[in-house]
Each structure stands twice: as C-alpha cells, then as structure tokens.
Design a protein around this ligand. Structure first.
Ligand SMILES: [Zn+2]
Length: 212
C-alpha cells in the first residue's frame, strides 16, 4: 500500500462518479495503480472507500472515490475500518510489511507492524487481495497478479546481484542502483514490496541509508 496525495477541489462528481474527468483525475493521483494491490491497472473501477450503500453523499463524494482493480474491488466489498492511504498523517507503507514469496505459487507475506485495529484489518484485507483463490476467477486473477509481481521481483534480484557483484562495472552498479531507486518510488508497481525488501536486506539497506 502506498500514500496518495488527493488534490482539492476534485473534478465534478456530483452526478457521475465514473465520468472521464473523474477517472483521469483518479488515475493521476493514484499513479495508475490499484490502491490495494499496487498493480498498474488496465481495467480500473472506481471504489468507494466507505461503502455508499445507496447514500448519495458517500456515492458522489470526491474524497470517497479510490482507484482500484476489479479483483481488489470485489474482495474488499463492504469492508470498512481500514487504513486510509489518502490520510497524510499515516505512512501506510511503513504500517504494513509486504514481501514476495520465493516461488510465485506461494502466498505473499503481509504483516501489520503494530497492533492498531485498522492496521490489522488492512493487513488482513491485503493478504486476501494478494492471495485469495476461493473462486475460479480469483484463482486466475491471483496467478496473473503473482506472475507480474514475480517478474518485478526477478528484476529486483538481478539489480541487487549487479550491485553486490565485485565483477560488475561502475556503470552497471550505478544503473542497478538507479533502477532500485525507481522501484521504491510510489509511482512504481508494488513499491511497498521493494521498500520492504530493501529494509530487510542489510546490504541493500546500507546502500540506501539516508535515501528516501
Ligand atoms: Zn488491486
């Protein structure tokens, strides 16, 4: 999960929360990523952070509209009481640790970093978003999501190898470090994973010490 800065005022969504203007504004502030799984979304849906349940005040409220993929939208359903990635007071990627599995079929590791109920609820939800395969469609979407995650993870490992290897040229090392820096930027797919993979690795942690 990553933090999002929501500009105010938003586009007019008083009668249509899925208009072109609204979708494009959401795509921009969410960096084209699902706010839950962090995948770059090609078939987005507008998610109501607080389920509107027919209430027009919640349904057509810019602050309640979030950019999501269909899989996460369906899994979240009417779940409430989770961390708000648009709340600048909370660093959501610090609050929840995400790590890739060593093989794509295994579960993604999602761990709340404190006992706060919202953080726990969010970690539970993210665990389902990454790993749930309780229907045929979710089995297929999980496989696609894990393959994309694993593809990025392979690049991450390759960059780490280049950075660590004594035989790498200075140019190779600089290029690898630049790519790893991009990966932990919130605009990059699954950015929270790369932040945590760096933090969990003494060598990489040393390389990026003091670099946000
Ligand atoms: Zn998603």
């Amino acid at each position: 999960m990553f933090n999002v800065t929501r500009h105010q005022p938003g586009p007019d969504c008083s009668t249509d929360y899925r208009s072109k203007d609204v979708i494009l504004a959401l795509k921009k502030i969410f960096n084209g990523k699902c706010y839950l799984c962090e995948d770059k979304v090609t078939d987005p849906v507008v998610e109501h952070f607080i389920p509107h349940e027919g209430d027009p005040v919640k349904k057509f409220n810019w602050n309640n509209l979030y950019y999501a993929c269909r899989r996460c939208n369906s899994i979240k359903g009417v779940t409430t009481d989770i961390l708000d990635c648009c709340d600048a007071a909370i660093n959501v990627s610090d609050a929840i640790k995400c790590l890739c599995p060593s093989v794509p079929d295994n579960n993604v590791v999602v761990e709340a970093q404190n006992c706060d109920e919202k953080t726990q609820n969010t970690a539970n939800l993210l665990g389902k978003c990454y790993n749930e395969k309780n229907t045929g469609i979710r089995g297929i979407s999980r496989e696609a999501l894990h393959e994309k995650l694993f593809e990025h993870y392979c690049k991450f490992i390759d960059d780490r190898r280049k950075l660590k290897n004594l035989d790498s040229s200075q140019q190779e090392k600089e290029s690898a470090k630049e790519h790893l820096t991009q990966m932990k930027n919130i605009a990059y797919p699954f950015s929270a994973f790369w932040k945590w993979h760096i933090l969990s690795d003494a060598f990489l942690n040393e390389q990026f010490k003091g670099i946000q």
